[in-house]
Design a protein around this ligand. Structure first.
Ligand code: ADP
Ligand code: ZN
Ligand code: ZN
Length: 659
């Protein structure tokens, strides 16, 4: 009798896979049940082994879970690539891209559900006659075949979404499927609506706030060709869509494509890899593309398609820095700004106020002795949330009661300091008593349906004021907004972060894109104490390409990303000394490596989260492949160090910020 041997990856934080034997042949990417310790668990077949090193103690695969593979070839290979590129345990990478219900033992769950949806164009939907610019670009985009990344660089309102729809139409007509990624769950409903208006068939939705059952259904329907269009967040990048024609990445510059915890992958980079392996076109859209993408355009690796005019012919809003050095502020709003807001309200228009901080006030302190409320397990000040009458740690979400006596000096003179969305909302409610004030931030959008309710309210109202965090600045249409106010641009302009200018330019230009859809006179007021800042002067032209070109030049001169490759090695431990000792040892090990530069150990920001101290090394190199090799070497070395019993360590490959 034939015996086969397979390496199996299991969903545990283990870097290696395990060899098992089987009496039958099994395809790569299939789910199997294997004995593991005293339990039996689900694993994925990674490869066939012809001659195992040793046959001793090899256990047998208990059962094959499904009649179909879980991961087909290109997705399977994308996962192998990701595990290597991010130096992340293979099993965890596989399991990240399986619906939760497939991670548990269950038989024959991978099977078709219903019959295929039919995708016809809805007669009711107005398929616009394209503008000249849209037309010229679409006809070029339609000719693209095979792996060929394209940047659709289109200012807000230039009709990018219409281009996505017509591209999708082309693939659907060829009986292919299409995957559309957006950076945040909030952006899904609006886009799904446009696709549903256009196509008769089912539009699959996939994101982390769905129930396990909902996600499994969409996954299965994709796999068996029952749906052909899926719109989702980064976790849907490897949807098993049958006969995939193309991938669209909307708002490609957005940092939310990167997963911040656990398996720290970039959904965008994985999508690009998948497109490459499937040899299909990928379309990246943005009004403020990332430096990385623009660099690849310059190097002629990506093609760029410009949409520089709005379809409605309206001019982009003016960006106006407003010097507030000598102004009195009320909830962060200068008196002069308040007059401008009032004038807009009196004209029956809507105003959008952007502040990058949620809660009522970022500080709760004692006026007598200077004590500041801070989290007991993080190095982070507590934010006062008036609506909940609680102090909340934004790092670990711990909730504290509000004390009325200073714990240090017993004084009752405790006060809030600084401004968040709730305070702005309160000040506006007191100033404009009859005007709807709509707040949009993490706290006001947690309940299901709350985002839809916010849009509805904005849509129904005439004059109104929207107050929100960056959530407000992303991709949404608020057609009645004619004035945007940016309250604390200075924290971004003066940020010491890597690529801080790129970030604030994207943010300001994205916010300004929310204004003026219906008005030629729209304005964006940027409150600042540094009206002569040289970056601000460039940003205020509204010409993002200009700012980006400048950033690219600077970064090239400084040798920072995208002109170098960076990884962070972060160590966490309850004992601060352990982190530092571990990282020092790593640093010594890499000391003699050529073409690698090491900075650190540095204290991470914040230095402590949930009781764990955090430190990191910045590892930099000119070439990606070389850096990757060094990290592979490093991983092999440190795995066996006794120090790793005291610290947790992880890489952040291509980090968005280095703190
Ligand atoms: P973007 O995604 O670039 O911000 P959209 O595709 O959302 O732009 O287009 C902005 C608005 O213009 C939408 O309401 C859309 O329906 C409309 N639109 C798009 N293309 C055209 C066109 N060719 N003619 C008229 N209206 C259009
Ligand atoms: Zn005190
Ligand atoms: Zn905390």
């Amino acid at each position: 009798m034939n015996i086969f041997y397979y390496d199996i990856a299991v969903g545990l934080p283990l870097r290696q896979s395990f060899t098992y034997k089987s009496k039958v042949a099994i395809k790569k990417g299939t789910r199997v049940v294997v004995p593991f310790g005293k339990k039996s668990i689900v694993g994925i077949v990674v490869k066939k082994i012809s001659n195992p090193n040793s046959l001793k103690g090899l256990k047998e695969i208990i059962s094959i879970a499904d009649n179909h593979t879980c991961f087909d070839k290109s997705i399977f290979n994308t996962i192998l690539w990701a595990s290597e590129y991010y130096h992340h345990p293979i099993g965890e990478v596989f399991f990240s891209f399986m619906p939760t219900l497939l991670r548990k033992k269950n038989d024959k769950i991978i099977s078709s559900l219903s019959k295929a949806s039919e995708y016809k164009l809805n007669a009711k939907d107005k398929r616009f006659e394209l503008t000249k610019e849209q037309n010229a670009n679409l006809s070029k985009l339609n000719k693209i075949e095979g792996f060929n990344p394209s940047l659709i660089y289109g200012v807000t309102g230039s009709g990018k979404t219409e281009i996505y729809l017509q591209l999708a139409e082309k693939f659907i007509k060829k009986n292919k499927s299409i995957l559309v990624l957006v950076p945040e769950i909030n952006l899904i409903p609006q886009l799904v609506k446009r696709f549903e208006d256009r196509f008769s068939g089912e539009i699959g939705i996939y994101h982390s706030r769905q129930t396990p059952n909902q996600r499994l259904k969409v996954w299965l329907k994709s796999k068996f060709g029952e749906i052909k269009i899926v719109i989702g967040t980064r976790s849907s990048v490897l949807m098993p869509l049958k006969n995939l024609g193309a991938i669209i990445i909307d708002e490609e510059h957005d940092h939310s494509y990167k997963q911040a915890e656990g398996f720290k992958f970039s959904g965008k980079d994985l999508a690009i890899k998948r497109a490459q392996l499937e040899n299909i076109p990928i379309f990246l859209g943005s009004a403020t593309p990332s430096l990385q993408t623009l660099k690849l355009v310059k190097e002629k690796k990506y093609k760029k398609f410009d949409l520089l005019r709005r379809v409605d012919g309206k001019k982009p809003p003016k960006l106006i820095p407003l010097d507030i050095s000598d102004s009195t502020l009320l909830g962060g709003i200068a008196i002069q700004t308040m007059d401008i807001i009032e004038a807009a309200i009196n004209r029956g228009e809507q105003v959008l106020i952007f502040i990058n901080r949620r809660g009522f006030a970022p500080l709760y302190e004692c006026d007598n002795c200077g004590w500041v409320a801070s989290c007991s397990s993080c190095e982070s000040n507590l934010v006062f949330h008036k609506s909940k009458n609680r102090l909340i740690c934004h790092k670990c979400e711990s909730v504290y009661a509000v004390n009325h006596n200073c714990p240090d000096c017993q004084s009752t003179e405790l006060n809030t300091f600084g401004t968040g969305t709730e305070r702005v909302e309160e000040v506006l409610k007191n100033t404009f008593k009859k005007v709807p004030i709509i707040r949009m931030d993490y706290d006001s959008t947690r309940l299901k349906g709350s985002i839809e309710a916010i849009y509805e309210k904005a849509n129904e109202s005439n004059e109104a004021i929207l107050v929100g965090t960056q959530m407000l600045s992303k991709g949404h249409d608020f057609p009645k907004v004619t004035l945007c106010v940016i309250l604390n641009a200075d924290s971004g302009l003066l940020s010491p972060e890597m690529n801080g200018v790129e970030k604030i330019a994207q943010q300001l230009i994205q916010v300004s894109g929310r204004a003026g859809r219906n008005n030629n006179l729209a304005q964006v007021i940027i409150q600042t104490r540094y009206p002569n800042d040289k970056n601000l002067k460039q940003i205020k032209t509204g010409n993002y390409q200009l700012v980006a070109d400048q950033c690219l030049k600077t970064n090239k001169a400084l040798g920072i990303p995208p002109y170098s490759n960076v990884s962070i090695l972060r160590a966490t431990s309850p004992n601060p000394q352990s982190c530092i000792q571990f990282l020092e040892k790593v640093s010594e090990l890499l000391d003699n490596k050529k073409n690698i530069s090491i900075t650190g150990p540095l204290p991470s920001i914040p230095l402590k989260i949930k009781g764990n101290s955090r430190n990191h090394l910045i590892i930099k190199s000119d070439t990606k492949t070389y850096l990757n090799r060094v990290l592979k070497f490093l991983t092999n070395e440190i795995q066996n160090w006794p120090e790793t019993k005291k610290v947790k360590w992880a890489y952040d490959i291509d980090p968005y910020d280095m703190s």
